[in-house]
Design a protein around this ligand. Structure first.
Ligand SMILES: C[C@H](N)C(=O)N[C@H](CCC(=O)O)C(=O)O
Ligand SMILES: [Mg+2]
Length: 365
């Protein structure tokens, strides 16, 4: 079974509310989509969000990489040659990892379809049910508490609280949110690089002093500041430290683990450059006894589904799930085998990603 063609599109999904972090504000998911077709009628789908503030990949760059380098390299390739096809994708051009992730997702989708297995089974199997957190955008405290209440009413039992935009008021913001909802939802903090190490230690110490327990703190300091991460860990505070923007790929994950610079690693397909790379990071973390989070950017139900399948197959090492892209969207335009119903993600037994229809997509010529 050979790849006979590829098609590119742009998927647009309005968000329920604007998504606000220390790095950016957006009100719409607008992702590149690739569909790989085979000579015997199968289609595999991949998706890539343009998260310029984190990955550096714009929509134009992603589409150009897929159209000019990655897509053509895959034409005529045998779907069964998954490793070789992923190698071609990784070597097609430098950078633009989001485009590579989209292409790999489509390749894994096709490969699993050719085996007649849902992707998570082709990856080793598991129990096809996950529970994700929901991200609470950084806003004034009252709005954030209202958003936490709304999320809890939707059934979310873990919330990822965005801070780092106004460091001076973050302790008060976190303590107020903790006082309002702790005990009804596990609280995760994500500062998206908005603090420095000294500020982070001060914030976490203030939370400890107040007896306000948080499940983890994600990427408080700039991505390149490994010394800062080490200093935060050395301060011996209660909140576990999760590396996100500091841990893009296998090499960076290894550097973090070698220096013991984080308690957990957030694996994302868009940072790693696809499933093959994300699996390698998971394997490394498993060998070092480190737990991972499976995370996402602002992703719809194609790439978030692929991440969910990977997480289901590697629950031995992936213990925390932040796959809330589809739940942040106003609707889910993907008819596939993965259902995102608020906090609960389930997968049925259709092969691959089981995608039979995608609406709200503009196919490009
Ligand atoms: C959407 C996901 N829960 C999330 O928060 N991801 C962010 C970055 C996403 C973005 O800016 O598009 C993160 O973990 O930092
Ligand atoms: Mg993060």
């Amino acid at each position: 079974m050979r790849i006979s063609g590829f098609h590119l599109g742009v998927l647009r999904i309005p968000l329920r509310t604007p998504f606000k972090t220390a790095l950016r504000t957006v009100d719409c998911i607008e992702d590149a989509v690739i569909r790989l077709d085979t000579d015997d009628g199968l289609s595999g789908y991949g998706e890539a969000p343009p998260t310029v503030a984190i990955t550096g990949d714009s929509l134009e760059n992603i589409l150009q990489a897929l159209r000019q380098r990655i897509g053509p390299a895959l034409l005529g390739r045998d779907v069964a040659e998954l490793d070789g096809n992923c190698r071609l994708v990784q070597d097609a051009l430098p950078g633009i990892r989001s485009a590579k992730a989209a292409a790999e997702i489509a390749l894994y989708d096709l490969h699993a379809q050719s085996l007649g297995l849902p992707l998570y089974q082709a990856l080793g199997g598991g129990t096809p049910r996950l529970e994700t957190d929901l991200t609470i955008s950084v806003n004034d405290t009252a709005t954030m508490i209202a958003d936490c209440e709304a999320a809890i009413a939707r059934g979310f039992r873990a919330l990822k609280i965005k801070v780092g935009k106004q460091p001076d008021t973050d302790v008060a913001r976190l303590l107020a949110i903790h006082a309002a909802v702790a005990g009804r939802a596990a609280l995760r903090i994500d500062a998206n690089q908005g603090w420095d190490a000294a500020q982070t230690v001060a914030v976490l110490r203030a939370l400890d002093t107040a007896g306000a327990g948080f499940e983890l703190i994600e990427q408080p300091v700039p991505a390149a500041d490994l010394d800062g991460l080490c200093a935060i860990k050395a301060a011996g505070l209660r909140t576990p430290l999760l590396a996100d923007e500091s841990a893009f790929d296998l090499e960076q994950a290894r550097a973090l683990l070698d220096r013991d610079a984080a308690d957990l690693i957030n694996i994302k397909l868009m940072k790693a450059g696809g499933l093959s790379q994300a699996l390698a990071i998971a394997e490394l973390c498993a060998s070092r006894g480190k737990t991972c989070m499976m995370g996402c950017m602002l992703e719809g139900g194609i790439s978030a589904a692929a991440a969910a399948h990977l997480a289901i197959a590697r629950t031995d090492v992936i213990g925390k799930i932040d796959l809330d892209g589809p739940s942040l969207g106003a609707f889910d335009p993907i008819d596939g085998n993965t259902r995102f119903e608020d906090a609960v993600i389930t997968v049925d037994d259709r092969p691959g990603l089981g995608i039979t229809a995608v609406s709200h997509i503009t196919w490009l010529s």
